[in-house]
Design a protein around this ligand. Sequence first.
Ligand code: G3H
Ligand code: ZN
Length: 288
Amino acid sequence: MKTLKQSVLEAREKKVAIGHFNISNLEAFWGIFRAAQSLDVPVIIGVSEGERDFVGVKQAVALVKSIREEYDYPIYLNADHTYSFERVKEAIDAGFDSVIIDGAKLSFEENVKLTKQCVEYARSSGREVLVEGELGYIGQSSKILDEIPEGVVLDESSLTDPVKAKEFVELTGVDMLAPAIGNFHGMLRGGVDPKLNIERVKQIADSTSIPLVLHGGSGNSEDDFKQSIANGIAIVHINTEIRVAYKQGLQIGLSENPDEVAPYKFLKQSVKAVRDVVTDKLRFFNNL
Ligand code: G3H
Ligand code: ZN
């Protein structure tokens, strides 16, 4: 099986992106895996600090490992948005394929210091663990929004500066970078987010020469995905749309089976709803 690093490099060569989808439970996990499997494309399962507290850090690793063993499938596990060295260390020690150290709210110097510490730990782990850094604030919650999250500014001067990005990558040694390019976590009610700044994606990709990661993919258009992937995005993160699909599936499952008490029966609709959303996204990301 290819390592995550190999899959990311291959995605860049083919000008496609790997889909990264967050889970809070087993149903979403199956929905995501079945969608990827049916299209035969690699996939990344993400768990934020809150999600992995709920799922279990070691249990998330065991789940992904079990699929690799049973299907010899390129499925990977990412410790999404991690805010401290301790939690990065915990994920690396547990067997995650990649970690995101999110120092976007820190000063540039503090962000560099913390990110560098995490890169050094990953390199000393004896395994190939990729480290992603964040530069530029894009909000923190995967939810339905009535307005752009506080602290997120979408004008050009507030997006990630390509020169600073290059400096950040050189100082920290990160494998991948999550920039602010007009994206934000969560999705505006109505499901349509403002357009991404594709020119800035290109400038950052050129200045850093490492794969870029698009966060906050819920609510972005097919055209934005297409253009950002063509210009340097190697991984796209989706969470809010999965949460919405899961909940709608659950509501359907419960209303169709009001007397049913077996969770595996009324939760089937949640698995299906997640699978449908992920299948759609993976088609855009992989040009299928
Ligand atoms: O890391 C998670 C993603 O960036 C999710 O963003 O909820 O807007 O899809 P989203
Ligand atoms: Zn994110």
